[in-house]
Design a protein around this ligand. Structure first.
Ligand code: NAD
Length: 460
C-alpha cells in the first residue's frame, strides 16, 4: 500500500540535507526540545497507539503498553537525561609522546539518515532508533513498514505535529518506494527487517559507501538441560513465543533438549497454555493475530508437515494460529530451514550440551541464544563456544529491555547494535582529534622527525 505523500524521494532528501546544513540539529538544546516533544507525543497519543496496533495485529492493550510504549518511553527518558553527558567530547588517554598535547573524541552527526522499519513492532522498531538519531544531531527520513498500514499512517500523520517538519520526515510505501528512496545518497542507513531484504539494502548503501546498521532475524535456539526448573522454563519460553504471536525477531525459534527434558517440558507446557489461554485459545483477548494472509498460509503450511504435540488450532478467516509445540523434528525438516516468525515451537532432540553446541554452530549465527540450566559449567560452555547477537540465560526476550546492553545481530542476524547510549553512538561518527601544543618545548621534542635524518636523531 503506497500513501507516500507529496514529495519525491529526491525532494525529501533535499529538504533534509538543506535543514542539516543550516546546523539546526547540531544545537543540543534543539535536539533536547525535539526529544521532549517526542516524549509528549507518546504520552498524548497512547490510546491511538493502542488502537492502531490492535488494527494492524490485534495486539492486546497490555502488550502494546509493555512492549512498545513503555520500552519507547524508558529509552527516550534515558536518552533525554543523558544527552548533555553523551554529547561532550571524550578525552581518550595520551601516550608519552603526546604528553604536552590534548586528545579528543567528538561525536558528530552523520547528516541525513534513513530509518527503515519492520512491521512486527512497527512503532517501537521505528521510533526507538529515531530518538537516537535525533539525539546524535542528524536529520532523519523515516520509512515505516507498509505491512502494518495503520501504524505507518499514524506515524506519517503524528510525527509532523510534534517534530520539526524539515529535519524529520516520514516517507511511506513498500518495496518500490523504498527502492526509489535507496537511490538517494544517505549518510547512514538503519534497517530493521529480514536478512534477504537486508542484503538488498546493504547493496544499495554500498553504492555511496553509506555505513549501515542491519537489524535482521534468524532462528534463535533454546537449550534446556535437566537441571532447570521445568515449570519456570515452560512459562518463560512460551511467553517469549506467545508475545506478538511468535512474530518477534528474538522469539525462541526452536528448542534443543533430550527426550527426558522434552517429556517434562510438554507436560509443563500443557499446563502453561491452559493458564495463558484460560478457555478456547482463539477466544483469548491477549493473543494477537498473524499479520496477513501470506504469512498465515506460510505458517499453516509449515504446521501441516509437523507432528503436533500441543496446540495446532488454526482459523484462516481470523488469521489465527494457536501456540503449537511440535516434536520429532529433524535438522533438515522445512520448519528448520528459515526463521519461523509465528507461534510454532519445534523441539529437536539432542543428547547433551555438546550435541546442542554442534547443532547451533553448524547454522547461521542467531540473533539471540537462550540457555536454561543451573549448571554454570554448561552455561559457560555455550557462552564461550557460540556466537550470537545476544544471549539471555534462563529467560527469553528479556535482554531486549536492558538499556545498558547493546542489541543487535552478528553474521546473518545483522551488523551494528543499538539501545540507550549504543543508539547515540550508532548515529554518531566518532571523530578523533589530536590537539598539538605549539610551544617551543614541544617543538624541540618533536624535531627528530624532521630531515635531514640521522641515526643520532633516531636514538634521541
Ligand atoms: P522485510 O525485510 O520484509 O521488510 C522490512 C522493510 O524493508 C520494510 O519497511 C519494507 O517496506 C522494506 N522492503 C521490503 N522489500 C524491500 C525491497 N525490495 N527493497 C527495499 N526495501 C524493502 O521484513 P519484515 O517482514 O518487515 O520483518 C520481519 C523480519 O524482520 C524478520 O526476519 C525479523 O526477524 C526481522 N526483525 C528483526 C529485528 C531486529 O531488531 N533484529 C526486529 C524486528 C524484525
Amino acid at each position: 500500500m503506497a500513501f507516500k505523500g507529496t514529495k519525491s524521494p529526491t525532494q525529501v532528501v533535499e529538504v533534509a540535507r538543506a535543514a542539516f546544513q543550516t546546523g539546526t540539529t547540531k544545537d543540543v538544546k534543539f535536539r533536547e526540545k525535539q526529544l521532549r516533544s517526542l516524549l509528549r507525543m507518546y504520552s498524548e497519543n497512547k490510546t491511538r497507539m493502542i488502537e492502531v496496533l490492535a488494527e494492524d495485529l490485534r495486539k492486546s492493550r497490555q502488550e502494546v503498553e509493555i512492549l512498545e510504549i513503555e520500552l519507547l518511553t524508558y529509552d527516550l527518558k534515558h536518552t533525554i537525561n543523558s544527552l548533555h553527558e553523551w554529547v561532550k567530547p571524550e578525552r581518550p588517554p595520551r601516550s608519552f609522546a603526546n604528553w604536552l598535547d590534548k586528545t579528543y573524541l567528538y561525536s558528530e552527526p552523520y547528516g541525513v539518515v534513513l530509518i527503515i522499519g519492520a512491521w512486527n513492532y512497527p512503532l517501537l522498531l521505528t521510533l526507538m532508533p529515531l530518538a537516537g538519531a535525533i539525539a546524535a544531531g542528524n536529520c532523519v527520513v523515516i520509512k515505516p513498514s507498509e505491512v502494518t498500514p495503520a501504524s505507518a499512517k499514524f506515524m506519517q500523520e503524528i510525527i509532523p505535529k510534534y517534530l520539526d517538519n524539515e529535519c524529520y520526515q516520514v516517507y511511506t510505501g513498500g518495496a518500490p518506494e523504498t527502492t526509489e528512496l535507496l537511490q538517494e545518497k544517505f549518510d547512514y542507513i538503519f534497517f530493521t527487517g529480514s536478512t534477504h531484504i537486508g542484503k538488498i539494502v546493504h547493496a544499495a548503501a554500498n553504492k555511496f559507501l553509506t555505513p549501515t546498521t542491519l537489524e535482521l532475524g534468524g532462528k534463535s535456539p533454546v537449550y534446556i538441560d535437566n537441571t532447570a526448573n521445568i515449570d519456570v522454563v515452560a512459562h518463560r519460553v512460551l511467553w517469549g513465543k506467545w508475545i506478538n504471536s511468535g512474530q518477534t525477531c528474538i522469539a525462541p525459534d526452536y528448542i534443543l533438549c533430550n527426550k527426558e527434558v522434552e517429556a517434562k517440558f510438554l507436560k509443563a507446557a500443557d499446563n502453561v497454555l491452559k493458564e495463558f489461554y484460560k478457555t478456547n485459545p482463539k477466544d483469548s483477548p491477549d493473543f494477537c493475530r498473524i499479520v496477513n494472509d501470506k504469512h498465515f498460509q506460510r505458517l499453516s503450511g509449515l504446521l501441516k508437515g509437523c507432528q503436533i504435540a500441543l496446540g495446532g488450532e488454526t482459523d484462516a478467516k481470523e488469521r489465527f494460529i494457536g501456540l503449537s509445540v511440535v516434536v520429532d523434528v529433524q535438522a533438515n525438516d522445512p520448519i528448520m530451514e528459515d526463521e519461523i516468525f509465528g507461534p510454532i515451537l519445534p523441539i529437536v532432540n539432542v543428547t547433551n550440551a555438546y550435541d546442542a553446541l554442534n547443532f547451533i554452530n553448524k547454522r547461521d549465527k542467531p540473533l539471540a541464544l537462550y540457555i536454561f540450566s543451573n549448571n554454570k559449567r554448561d552455561v559457560d560452555l555455550f557462552l564461550e563456544n557460540t556466537s550470537s547477537g545476544g544471549v539471555c540465560v534462563n529467560d527469553t526476550a528479556m535482554h531486549f529491555g536492558v538499556g545498558s546492553l547493546p542489541f543487535g545481530g552478528v553474521g546473518a542476524s545483522g551488523m551494528g547494535a543499538y539501545h540507550g547510549k549504543y543508539t547515540f553512538d550508532t548515529f554518531s561518527h566518532k571523530k578523533g582529534c589530536l590537539y598539538k601544543n605549539l610551544g617551543i618545548i614541544g617543538e624541540t621534542l618533536a624535531s627528530s622527525r624532521y630531515p635531514p635524518y640521522s641515526q643520532a636523531k633516531c636514538n634521541a
